[in-house]
Design a protein around this ligand. Sequence first.
Ligand code: ZN
Length: 202
Amino acid sequence: MNLLCPLCSGDSTELYYQQRSKKLSRDFYQCGHCHLVFVDPAQRLNAQDEKAEYDLHNNDVDDAGYRQFLSRVQLPVQARIKPAAHGLDFGCGPGPALSVMMAEQGYSVSVYDIFYYQDKTVLDRRYDFITATEVVEHLFAPGEVLSQLWSLLEHGGILALMTKMVIDQQAFAQWHYKNDPTHIGFFSQPTFEWLAGQWGLN
Ligand SMILES: [Zn+2]
């Protein structure tokens, strides 16, 4: 029986790439329906090892390079929201830099992170915008989580996702992004088009 796709739950999945390095031995599959590339669920890190990897990340809001990186989400979002808009930074990590940057511009931003900011009451209200930067590639259940985020948006709200995208098998073989053991799901243009179709978007 084929593995089920963690995004669309389809079962037309097939082997995409086998990684065999000293550090990592993982099998990547692709869904023939939504085109997500994903790691065999049996080869994911456990929660403890996953968090240990995140604890190493140095996401400092005072780091000019990191701010520049996040501005690639911040500026397009700001261009599309009203001055008093309220947002959620989902999966903000140990140092919630984007929410601080948005707060500096006068927006109020709630934060949620499964490891670092676990107050689930923030997931009980609606938002004018939701950002998830470098998050979707880590999700065990991207279909469930993205549907939830979508349901938390006000009518006309903005969902901003930032991740690096799959191009093809040849590029994938050389791609550093797949070598992070916490990266388990890889989106591409066709995957975002599939999502847009699901939600009735352009
Ligand atoms: Zn799928």
